[in-house]
Design a protein. Structure first.
Length: 95
């Protein structure tokens, strides 16, 4: 997923969400669709980034949801130690 260093990060992030949507459409009738990894968006940040807003909106519109039991503790820690967040996720379609 695009990061904060991307040239046009909201457009890039939205383009990747469009690709995930196409995968969902293609396989949702025949398979359990699971999306996991470093999504560069969080459901748990109090100071929401643009990626957080786009991810939450995307999940609301498409039916993706975080699996039950996902820890809310940080999964990313900046090497300087001044930033941490929970950006690694496992999402599945809500049936």
């Amino acid at each position: 997923m695009p990061t904060a260093k991307s040239h046009d990060k909201s457009t890039d992030y939205g383009s990747v969400l469009d690709e995930v949507y196409e995968i969902k459409k293609k396989y949702m009738e025949t398979s359990l669709v699971v999306w996991m990894g470093d999504i560069n968006g969080s459901f748990n940040r109090s100071n929401m980034s643009q990626n957080d807003v786009l991810l939450k909106s995307f999940c609301h519109e498409t039916g993706f949801m975080q699996i039950k039991g996902m820890p809310e503790k940080p999964t990313y820690h900046h090497f300087v130690g001044n930033v941490s967040s929970q950006i690694d996720n496992i999402l599945q379609l809500n049936f």
